[in-house]
Design a binder for this molecule. Sequence first.
Ligand SMILES: Cc1cc2nc3c(=O)[nH]c(=O)nc-3n(C[C@H](O)[C@H](O)[C@H](O)COP(=O)(O)OP(=O)(O)OC[C@H]3O[C@@H](n4cnc5c(N)ncnc54)[C@H](O)[C@@H]3O)c2cc1C
Length: 396
Amino acid sequence: MRDFFLTHEDRAFRAEVRTFMSRELAPKVNLIERDQDFSAQLALVRVLGQAGYLKLMFPDLYRGALPKPGLTHAVIVSEEAAYLNYAFETTIATALSCAYPIHRFARESLRERYLLPILEGRSLGSVCMTEPSVGSDSAGMETRIRFDEEAGEWVVSGVKRYISNASKANVYIVWGVTDPDLPPQKGLTAVLIPAHAKGLTFPRLYDFVGRRGSIVGEVAMDEVRVPGENLLGEVNGGFNIMLSAFNFERVILGGSGLGVARAAFDIACQHAQSRVSFGQKLGQKQLIWDMIAQMSWKIDAAELLTHRAAKMYDSGIGGKDLMREASQAKLVATETAVFCADRTVQILGGDGVTRQYGKAEQLYRDARTLPIVGGTSEMCKYLIASREMPSLRLNL
Ligand SMILES: Cc1cc2nc3c(=O)[nH]c(=O)nc-3n(C[C@H](O)[C@H](O)[C@H](O)COP(=O)(O)OP(=O)(O)OC[C@H]3O[C@@H](n4cnc5c(N)ncnc54)[C@H](O)[C@@H]3O)c2cc1C
């Protein structure tokens, strides 16, 4: 049985979101993928916000029909969006990854200014951790954040790269070193930078193999000044904010992986049941059965792990207690997306690698970024193993 962890209410919500996505997103996927029309995405984000789907993670702000909205429902939205178009799903998932720390760690005045516009789909957010010389190894961050006592302002200098929604977001959460003398996990701070801040520029946008239509670029900060109140959490408390943001992001990425995997699997099953080869349906060949069976159980495993992590979060489990489960969900769902997209291309043969015959080739390209973003598969494995062997220090 699919959806085993979901309640009757969760399933009804999924049906509602699926209808919503086929009405609103499905007609726009060509504009996003082929024409790379970002204004089409912005219009969709607005519709999604108006429907209340961006507030699911924030029960105090949510005003929709669900009595207990939560991460489970946000994952459902991600899965259904990614099923139709992964690029669009990354635009909203990134905005939510920015909204989440603002909701939890920002001063009230900033929440009012920046949070509601994101959750109502009127603006976008972005999170900036990765740098040219630092990706997985965030300890080596070179961005510097210092406090100018006289002006009462934070001053930020550095370059971030591979930043989703760069140049399109209205607000950026930036992590940097405030105290280089402390161990890296203790000397990081996060601040909010509005898009109009002087000294904030976007020198380059990247062209990726997949996720076409999403915007990913460089964010450069040259002595950018923001008011003291733009601090998130505490000074030198940035690492813990990063940890909790990663838990949230990884469970959402479980939903993204599931959406892409399911989209590929449906194409494979449909093709295997209709294409005739050597006088029989392709799906009657045992080698094809093997591929279908493997995709099937991998998707179910990914779904169970993702829904378990989301339900754990919704029951109040977080921080280090969710790290293993969130990492497992992200690891298995994103690797499953790559596996399913690859096997689907194989089952389709020439049609699988041709733009003229459907979407398999797009899913193949889209899937490949999934095990890289939000903590690579290797990093997720380290985190999982470190929780299983608590007596050993994580040795990267
Ligand atoms: C499309 C896209 C969107 C992104 N969006 C954002 C964003 O919005 N915000 C943001 O901050 N970042 C973003 N990123 C960056 C992403 O998080 C990083 O690419 C990722 O963390 C990996 O860092 P890296 O690319 O520097 O690779 P590296 O850290 O250099 O790693 C390269 C490879 O080596 C492996 N590796 C590294 N260390 C070890 C080790 N100790 N043992 C074994 N293997 C190891 C990694 O797993 C990886 O396979 C995005 C990236 C992409 C591609």
